[in-house]
Design a protein around this ligand. Sequence first.
Ligand SMILES: NC(=O)c1ccc[n+]([C@@H]2O[C@H](COP(=O)([O-])OP(=O)(O)OC[C@H]3O[C@@H](n4cnc5c(N)ncnc54)[C@H](OP(=O)(O)O)[C@@H]3O)[C@@H](O)[C@H]2O)c1
Length: 319
Amino acid sequence: MSARPPVLVDIKFNPEGVARVLKTAFADRGSINLADPGHQARDLRAVEYALLWKPDADLFARAPNLKVIFSGGAGVDHIIGMAGLPEIPIVRFVDRSLTTRMSEWVVMQCLMHLRGQYAHDNHQRQREWAKLIAPEAAEVTVGVMGLGILGQDAVAKLRVMGFNVIGWSRSRKQIDGVETFDASELDNFLARTDILVGLLPLTPETSGFYDAGLLAKLRRNGALGQAVFINAGRGKSQVEADIVSAIRNGTLGGASLDVFEAEPLASDSPLWDLQNVFLTPHDAAVSEENALFRHVETQIARFERGEPLQFVVDRAAGY
Ligand SMILES: NC(=O)c1ccc[n+]([C@@H]2O[C@H](COP(=O)([O-])OP(=O)(O)OC[C@H]3O[C@@H](n4cnc5c(N)ncnc54)[C@H](OP(=O)(O)O)[C@@H]3O)[C@@H](O)[C@H]2O)c1
């Protein structure tokens, strides 16, 4: 056994999967898994690396000698506001499989709205043979908010399906064949958008961002004849009461939500019963444990060789 301190793991998802993969991960130093009752009281003072997803509030007090924090997912909003967060690098999870899964979800939701899948599902249950004539994807403009790792992959795959795609981000991006807008051009971007896809991180700027005022600025006279809102970024970026009103008063013709203000979504939320609304339980792009632990091993090896860490969060920007 080497003298290297074990890696601390405090991840509040899929405990069986985490325990299984931890049997072979970090072979050179071992790990402390706080989900394991036998580990919960362990002394964490020597720990240098922590892999966290919604960690316990006292974690940083218990582990005062951390050198790097790894997020168990692409987002870091579950860590960034925590009391006692040390001034050390925070590395988020970036992985091909996670990116691919998100794009699958985004493309599927856009296609379901394009092709009237909600109506088809209803017709099928009623044994009704009812043809729907949908516009072509090229007649519909999908506006992607957030042109980071996930947004740019979704843009590329939406384009393969033939959609007209435009994009919006804090700083303007150059993407071949895609008209892009920066933060100051929000209204122009919204006025051109038939289907809005939210792939933004949760920060003070994006909290409560998708509200009635924003949704009302989407184009409603495009080929779909309605505006659609799709969000797989973070639920606290959306005002659910406004989405419900927008669906009921026709400002929105449909929505797809993978994330919610409070998760799990309350069983009495009006969102469950709305017409042309698809809900998924924050599983658009899950972090696969094998890939997550390999990524952390790779980054620790880089760090210990003196190479720069990858995917480090900009603490001032909050993502
Ligand atoms: N539902 C799920 O299963 C799931 C899974 C994984 C991730 N997510 C969510 O997806 C988010 C995005 O992930 P990512 O890897 O693509 O992140 P990323 O690479 O950091 O990209 C974030 C994008 O959002 C833009 N942005 C941030 N704040 C903005 C603001 N105030 N105004 C305008 N644009 C802003 C950034 O602009 P710049 O390019 O100018 O920096 C960037 O283009 C994550 O933070 C997480 O919350 C959800």
